[in-house]
Every structure is written in structure tokens, then in C-alpha cells.
Design a protein around this ligand. Structure first.
Ligand SMILES: NC(=O)c1ccc[n+]([C@@H]2O[C@H](COP(=O)([O-])OP(=O)(O)OC[C@H]3O[C@@H](n4cnc5c(N)ncnc54)[C@H](OP(=O)(O)O)[C@@H]3O)[C@@H](O)[C@H]2O)c1
Length: 226
């Protein structure tokens, strides 16, 4: 059975990825900031190990890659993310922006740097990044949301570059928009449940080959413009 490492696995879409892959029998390295308080994660039955990982702490990323050294990872899911939807011109906070860029754009790159040996040992050799349609420049018709949009547009750009760099090593890197989903981030007005979103995303992930590397997919498999 394949192995998958998931960041932000304690709630929201990361928790749902963990549930669904556990039901399929995958071996899961479920990462979150505080495993001791992650009760919903602990309740999932299956081949799951939980690991402490704060995306803001480069040394924790390094330590985890060493802890799992020798282990094959088929799919790395950079899921952990922070939303910010209250920023307006006139109240932009630099510290908050830098922290958002760190979690949403920079840490996923460090994850790839540190887990390349594990991915090379895997069969699937796939990196999945949870981005957002809000990171699409072409699809930006409402403006605003400077912090979140820039963090996901930046994620899209760095992952496109990494996709090009890793293609000769047969490692695919993709960007997925999960839809607007009912989670703490998406809010209760979102049309999709986590169950529906992740069912769709698993289908997309299941079909991806190296020929798709560098692509930006909607949850329904359609391509989203950059
Ligand atoms: N929901 C949507 O409609 C939607 C739409 C487009 C894209 N997305 C993207 O999908 C991904 C998952 O979103 P979600 O809706 O599941 O959000 P969520 O319910 O707010 O969950 C966010 C997850 O990220 C983790 N996280 C945040 N900062 C972290 C850090 N420094 N280190 C480690 N983990 C951290 C959280 O852990 P804690 O519990 O420790 O905070 C939590 O597990 C995100 O990348 C998001 O941008 C979501």
C-alpha cells in the first residue's frame, strides 16, 4: 500500500485526507503542531503514525526527515495553511504577512528539500500542494486579500519551478484547489463538505502522472489559469 505524509492533519482538509486514505489502507505519516491534543486524528483507525511538525520551525522539518530517514514516501501533501481575509489597504500588518508567506509558501519548499530522499524511494514520486484559486492572477476579479492571494500565487510560482527542476528525477509536483470547503478556514457558507472535496481530490491525485507535473488543478480535475 502507498505511503503518504500529510501536513496539518489534525483538522479540516488534512484530517479528511487522513480519514479517506486510512480507509483505503494507506500508511500515513500524519503531521500536526500538537499531536497530544489532536483528538479527531487519534480517533482514526488505520496505519497512522502522528508526528509533531510546526511549519514555522525549519529545525522540526529537518528533524522529522531524519526521524523518517530510510522510509519511502509515495505522496507528500503540503496541506497546512493559514487564511487571512480581513486585511484591507490601510491595515496591512507586515508581521502577519511574513508569517503567512512562511507557512503557505516557504515551508512547503523546505518540506520538499528535506523529503526528496524519501520521495525518491517511493513508487508514486508525487508532491501535492494545497493552493487556492485565490492565488490565480488571471482569475482575480474582486481584488483585495493581499496576504492570502500573494502567499498562494507565490506557492504556485515556486512549485512550478520545482516541478521543472524535479521532472528529470521523475518526481511530479502539482497544485490543487480544493474548492470552497466547509472548514474553519472556508466557513459554514461554503458549498462543499470536506468529504466531497477530498473524494474529488483523491481522484485527481490518482490520475496524475509525470506528464501533469507543474499543473494547477481544480478539485474537479479542470485546469485553473495561472
Ligand atoms: N477550506 C477552503 O475553502 C480552502 C479553499 C482553498 C484552499 N484551501 C487550502 O487548503 C488547505 C487546508 O485548509 P483547511 O480549509 O483545512 O484549513 P483549516 O481548517 O483552517 O486547517 C488548517 C490546518 O493547517 C494547520 N496549520 C496552520 N499553521 C500551521 C503551522 N504553522 N504548522 C503546522 N500546521 C499549521 C492547522 O493546524 P492547527 O490546528 O495547529 O492550527 C490545520 O491543521 C490550506 O492550505 C488552505 O489554504 C482551503
Amino acid at each position: 500500500m502507498p505511503t503518504v505524509l500529510i501536513t496539518g492533519a489534525n483538522r479540516g482538509l488534512g484530517l479528511e485526507f487522513t480519514k479517506q486514505y486510512a480507509m483505503e489502507g494507506w500508511q500515513i505519516f500524519a503531521c500536526c503542531r500538537n499531536p497530544s491534543t489532536a483528538k479527531d486524528l487519534a480517533a482514526i483507525k488505520g496505519k497512522i503514525s502522528t508526528h509533531r511538525l510546526d511549519m514555522l520551525d525549519d529545525s522540526q522539518i529537518r528533524q522529522l526527515s531524519q526521524e523518517l530517514s530510510g522510509q519511502a514516501i509515495d505522496v507528500l501533501i503540503n496541506n497546512a495553511g493559514v487564511g487571512e481575509f480581513a486585511d484591507r489597504l490601510g491595515n496591512i500588518e507586515t508581521t502577519k504577512w511574513l508569517s503567512l508567506l512562511h507557512v503557505n509558501m516557504i515551508a512547503p519548499v523546505h518540506m520538499i528539500e528535506n523529503f526528496l530522499p524519501h520521495l525518491e524511494r517511493g513508487q508514486r514520486k508525487l508532491v501535492v500542494n494545497m493552493t487556492s484559486r485565490m492565488g490565480s492572477i488571471e482569475d482575480n476579479h474582486t481584488g483585495g486579500y493581499y496576504l492570502y492571494r500573494s502567499s498562494k500565487a507565490g506557492l504556485n510560482m515556486v512549485m512550478k519551478s520545482i516541478a521543472i527542476e524535479l521532472k528529470p528525477r521523475n518526481i511530479a509536483v502539482i497544485l490543487l484547489h480544493p474548492g470552497w470547503v466547509k472548514t474553519a478556514m472556508g466557513g459554514q457558507n461554503a458549498p462543499l463538505s470536506p468529504t466531497e472535496s477530498i473524494q474529488h481530490l483523491r481522484q485527481v491525485i490518482g490520475k496524475v502522472t509525470i506528464h501533469d507535473t507543474g499543473r494547477f488543478f481544480n478539485y474537479d480535475g479542470q485546469t485553473i489559469p495561472w
